[in-house]
Design a protein around this ligand. Structure first.
Ligand code: ADP
Ligand code: MG
Length: 372
């Protein structure tokens, strides 16, 4: 008898889903990104019991058309990307068609959706664990989409236990994620709340439909943060780098020559002297072309420069790197949070120099209104 056998498709689906949806953050990130991709100008994120009971993301985006109900939660079905070449000109957050199908496999999941032309009549969509549509029933709904994720990881006991054990920390991470989306999303109203069992709904934070990231930052972190900030507007010019060896050098040069050598770094950063002697909580947000992401090397470089002016604190950082779409790759990790930047070494050097110049020109006095 053969000892090597195919894994049944249901198990494969569950294993793969567990790699897309790894924790509370991945759920929230995928749903908020879907709402932004749907053109929402208002997004409400509601947690029950910090997300252990339900996570609900409600938007006023374009809604889902009835002809897409059958495929909306099927794996690798997406309205955003049809071939690999499209990846280089990506202007949406999503592109793999995996989030909703994974959530069907790992939670008690349903969607309520309505388009502008549907009036106040929407559809509630329920699915099999495979992502296959089970039913579409009429329900009252405003234009937009509400996605509900209940009892996350109910069928993965080990992961569920971990989630329950670390829920406070996980929730803190989720809120930090949401801060980043809310601050960068100009023109989008965000509201985040949590409700404990038998408790009242408590607002976590909210933003208005602001026209600048600065106003978003004030809504999220308060006016006190703002007086201590200076504007980041750096233009980094980089020589195309040449790799070692003749053959590879030629290939690399051709590739690099196609890449833009200008990177803009826009946003806000703490004055290097602000609140000297006090420890500010870490509030650092990084974006590539307005996509929230993790840039540990960039973060390290900025913190290093800052530390040479102010050893006692970490800065508030809101840094959006504007780079040519050909010069980075978002398809590195399943959560698309890790971004591979071409020419990173040159970029970091250039960034440190430009930041040092900026800090040297900065008025180093502590703003009066920020003193305790
Ligand atoms: P992806 O975002 O990679 O396409 P998802 O599984 O996250 O994959 O979503 C599948 C599809 O469902 C999307 O391509 C989109 O067409 C639709 N969709 C998901 N969420 C929303 C939403 N909030 N509003 C409108 N359409 C949505
Ligand atoms: Mg998506």
């Amino acid at each position: 008898m053969a000892t090597i056998k195919a894994i049944e498709s249901r198990s494969i689906h569950q294993i793969q889903s567990g790699q897309v949806i790894v924790d509370l953050c991945s759920v929230v990130k995928e749903l908020v990104e879907n709402s932004l991709d749907a053109g929402a100008s208002s997004i409400d994120v509601g947690f029950k019991d910090h997300g252990l009971e339900t996570i609900e993301v409600q938007d006023n985006g374009k809604g889902i058309a009835p002809h897409d109900f059958d495929t909306v939660a099927l794996k690798h079905y997406t309205s955003k990307l049809s071939n690999y070449e499209d990846l280089t000109s990506l202007d949406t957050f999503g592109f793999r068609g995996e989030a909703l199908s994974s959530l069907c496999a790992l939670s008690k999941f349903h969607i309520v959706t309505a388009r502008a032309e549907d009036g106040a009549v929407g559809k509630r969509l329920d699915f099999e664990v495979s992502g296959k549509l089970r039913s579409a029933t009429v329900t009252a709904a405003q234009k937009g989409t509400t996605v509900s994720v209940g009892e996350l990881f109910y069928n993965l006991p080990v992961r569920r236990k971990e989630l329950e054990k670390n829920i406070k920390r996980e929730f803190g991470k989720v809120v930090a994620y949401l801060h980043a989306y809310a601050c960068i999303s100009v023109g989008v109203r965000f509201s985040v709340s949590n409700q404990m069992p038998k408790g009242k709904k408590v607002a976590v934070f909210s933003t208005k439909s602001n026209t600048t990231t600065k106003e978003n930052i004030v809504n999220v972190f308060g006016t006190k943060t703002l007086v201590a900030l200076i504007k980041l507007d750096l233009q980094l010019e980089m020589e195309p780098s040449v790799g070692p060896g003749t053959q590879s050098a030629r290939n690399w040069t051709t590739q690099a020559a196609n890449c833009s050598t200008t990177v803009l770094v826009q946003g806000h950063i703490s004055k290097p002297v602000f609140g000297e002697g006090r420890q500010a909580p870490d509030r650092q947000m990084f974006f590539v072309n307005s996509r929230p992401c993790l840039l540990p090397q960039v973060s390290k470089a900025i913190n290093e420069v800052y530390k040479s002016y102010n050893v006692s604190q970490s800065p508030f950082i809101f840094a959006n790197l504007i780079v040519d779409t050909n010069s980075y790759d978002v398809n590195v990790s399943p959560d698309k949070r890790t971004i591979m930047l071409h020419n990173q070494t040159a970029l970091l050097e250039s960034l440190k120099t430009a930041l040092t110049e900026l800090f040297d020109q900065t008025d180093h006095t502590v703003p009066q209104s920020s003193l305790p």
